[in-house]
Design a protein around this ligand. Structure first.
Ligand code: FAD
Length: 398
């Protein structure tokens, strides 16, 4: 029997996984990758160490218009399946409180084992090959090849029984992500939920930033939308010349940016001493003053906060609210090039959550970040790429 011919667009995380699963299930697979090499973005993940999954799966790990869309693919190719799969192809896991990294400490090794596995299954990877359009072939005599689709690149055309769109998003300049997948999907009739940067720092209104730029400090940050509490995160905050950054800010950024883009007011309230209650904070300040009556207000905070932050806090009218509820109005996120992922993307209502096949265009499958799904920091975005890629590859090959 003739093998099913599958073209995968994008040799990133979800594309490589989809290709391996499709080839493992008997298909002849070609990946088209616009970069000069596969897996460029994977190499940049986890600060070059690749946090490829997480053993703990919180309920709110994924966001999107329909976050529950992830559940089917995540149960078909689960975290356990991911760990097992990578062990089999060579990645020995290093477990840091549930966050898994390759023991080699090198994201590059994840790309290498994926490429070796793909090659062993006969997957062809064509680099410097950008897909520019997907044409649905008419049935009958016009379609000499009998294939459903023709994928056009600048210099060639590829016939396929099925096409897997694994183009990724518009985030990060490292991988040259250009968002061309949205255009390909749109031309096939798909709706694109507006795409914004996510997992990124936030620009804010204010005058404190020049003074506090460069400070790293523990804190809790709470997001208020139109005055109503929405969500809070705790961890190391990085105070910058334009606003605020750090993992807790990244986690809230998707909601804050989408709210601002939709004309809503997004406010951050920072508690620089979250381990103490309001009463305990007042008592602590009183205790420090009592023991060192010779100190000025600024000096009383030395040893409690970094110097640059003390300057900002003591410039406020009331010290305790400044420490516990320092308020910042979000104006925007950073550019796409500085974001780790994007929120928004192809409307998941138009995609079958079990197979990843388009409901509008049978034979076309969509994976990873191209879809209107974004994960929190901690390995969840790559897990989504592995699970959605695996589901698409397996079903496309059937
Ligand atoms: C700095 C950074 C750190 C990160 N760290 C982590 C982490 O530690 N853990 C985690 O879970 N997630 C992390 N992420 C997010 C994670 O890398 C992505 O969510 C994931 O790679 C998305 O996989 P994907 O297959 O959808 O897209 P990508 O991995 O982006 O792959 C898409 C591929 O398609 C190619 N392509 C696009 N359009 C075309 C076209 N028209 N023709 C041919 N090729 C095309 C691109 O060149 C690219 O190679 C990080 C992201 C960044 C930027």
């Amino acid at each position: 029997m003739k093998k099913k011919q599958i073209v995968v667009i994008g040799a990133g995380a979800s594309g490589l996984m989809a290709a391996i699963m499709a080839a493992g299930n008997g298909a002849a697979v070609t990946i088209l990758e616009q970069n000069e090499r596969p897996g460029k973005k994977i190499c940049a993940t986890g600060n070059g160490k690749c946090n490829y999954t997480n053993l703990v799966m919180p309920e709110d790990a994924y966001r999107g218009t329909h976050p529950e869309f992830v559940n089917d693919a995540l149960s078909q190719f689960s975290v356990e399946d991911t760990v097992e799969f990578f062990k089999k192809i060579g990645i020995y896991p290093l477990n840091k409180n549930g966050y898994l990294y390759p023991r080699s400490g090198q994201a590059q090794s994840v790309v290498e084992v994926l490429c070796m596995e793909a090659a062993s299954l006969g997957v062809k990877i064509k680099t410097n090959e950008q897909a520019v359009s997907i044409e649905k072939n008419k049935s009958g005599r016009q379609d000499k090849t009998g294939k459903k689709f023709t994928v056009l690149t600048k210099g060639w055309h590829y016939e396929a029984d099925a096409v897997i769109l694994a183009n990724g998003s518009r985030a990060s300049s490292i991988s040259g992500s250009d968002g061309s997948g949205y255009e390909l999907a749109e031309k096939l009739g798909h709706k694109i939920v507006p795409v914004y940067p996510a997992l990124t720092a936030l620009k804010c209104k204010g005058t404190a930033f020049k003074t506090w730029a460069g400070v790293r400090t523990e804190g809790r940050i709470s997001l208020f939308l139109d005055g109503n509490f929405y969500k809070s995160e705790r961890g190391e905050l990085q105070l910058t010349e334009y606003g605020i950054s750090g993992i807790p800010v990244f986690q809230l950024s998707t909601y804050a940016i989408r709210a601002v883009k939709n004309g809503r007011r997004a406010e951050l309230r920072v508690n620089f001493l979250p381990e103490l209650s309001e009463k305990e904070t007042e008592e602590l300040l009183h205790y420090r003053k009592k023991n060192c009556p010779y100190k000025k207000e600024k000096e009383l905070l030395t040893g409690l906060f970094p110097e640059k932050l003390i300057k900002v806090l003591t410039a406020q009218k009331h010290l305790v609210p400044a420490i516990r509820e320092f308020t910042l109005e979000v104006t925007d996120g950073l550019a796409f090039s500085q974001a780790q992922v994007c929120s928004g993307g192809v409307d998941t209502g138009q995609v079958d959550p079990h197979t990843m096949e388009s409901r509008l265009c049978p034979g076309v499958y969509l994976t990873g970040e191209l879809l209107d799904i974004d994960g929190t920091c901690g390995g969840y975005n790559l897990q989504w790429a592995w699970s959605s890629g695996a589901a698409a590859g397996m079903h496309a090959a059937l």
